[in-house]
Design a protein around this ligand. Structure first.
Ligand code: NDP
Length: 249
């Protein structure tokens, strides 16, 4: 792979599974030193650590919940000690739940909004002292922010909030030479799909064959490649962009 990020330092939140894992590995293989965070210890963490061992550069896995301001402070302190500064910040950590609006409690709301939106606000704010001219922030939103979806008003509101955050920060940070962009995945086949029965998976694949122009679900690597472009100098005149990676839904 072309070393688009040779010698650069990156923070990727929520990097142990799914799209985040693909982003961590793609940035590391492109030459970046990567710090990533997660909430739960387990096989996903160990598996990523094993894979990163064979990738040049220094990579660190830190247990930190981006829904908790103090843990974000510890995460950024770790970035400073381990890497010095940050050239790339990818806000990928996200959680979702499926709850009808009548039953959506304030606790359910916070569980989703605190990670997806407030976590992104805080990570960027606390990372800024480590970022200089030429740095790139990539937020991971969702295409549902545009269209809405039942049972996920809290998730959709948080992802729509990332649109405003990205656009305003693009304007506010642009004069410091910091770019801020948003990637909006459609439906991406992560490890979560392995939990589906073969019938459920077949039904989902058939549905997205109909819904997308490309006739299939997406792959985490296909999101990671777009993040790599936005993280690298190849996109040095791109800021405030909202890029769908959804197979043309
Ligand atoms: P997964 O559930 O597969 O993985 C989420 C990752 O984020 C895990 O490593 C998880 O670690 C970590 N994480 C979750 N919450 C926190 C937190 N509060 N603090 C730190 N780490 C956290 O998610 P996906 O790969 O499916 O999604 C990644 C991003 O892409 C999310 O922002 C999601 O909203 C977005 N997206 C995904 C789509 C899809 O189809 N998959 C579609 C559109 C958008 P741990 O296991 O330890 O909690």
């Amino acid at each position: 792979m072309e070393q688009l990020l040779a010698g650069k330092n990156a923070l990727v939140t929520g990097g142990t599974r799914g799209i985040g894992r693909a982003i961590v590995l793609t940035l590391a293989k492109a030459g970046a030193n990567v710090v990533t965070c997660y909430r739960s210890e387990g096989e996903a963490v160990e598996s990523l650590a094993r894979e990163l061992k064979d990738t040049p550069g220094q990579h660190h896995l830190v247990r930190a919940d981006v829904g908790d301001a103090e843990q974000i402070d510890q995460l950024l302190a770790e970035c400073k000690v381990r890497l010095g500064g940050l050239d790339v910040v990818v806000n990928n950590a996200g959680v979702i739940s499926h709850i009808g609006y009548d039953d959506l409690s304030l606790a359910d709301w916070h569980a989703v909004v605190d990670t997806n939106l407030t976590g992104t606000f805080l990570v960027i704010q606390k990372a800024l002292p480590l970022m200089g001219e030429g740095a790139s922030v990539v937020n991971i939103g969702s295409r549902v922010a545009k269209v809405g979806i039942p049972m996920r008003a809290h998730y959709t509101a948080a992802k729509a909030g990332l649109v405003g955050l990205t656009r305003s920060l693009c304007k506010e940070l642009g004069r410091r030479g910091i770019r801020v962009n948003l990637v909006e995945p459609g439906v991406i086949a992560t490890e979560e799909m392995a939990r589906l029965t073969p019938e459920q998976r077949a039904a989902m694949e058939a549905r997205y064959a109909q819904l997308t122009s490309l006739g299939r679900l997406g792959d985490p690597d296909e999101v990671a490649e777009v993040v790599l472009f936005l993280a690298s100098d190849k996109s040095r005149y791109v800021s405030g962009a909202q890029i769908p990676v959804d197979g043309g839904i």
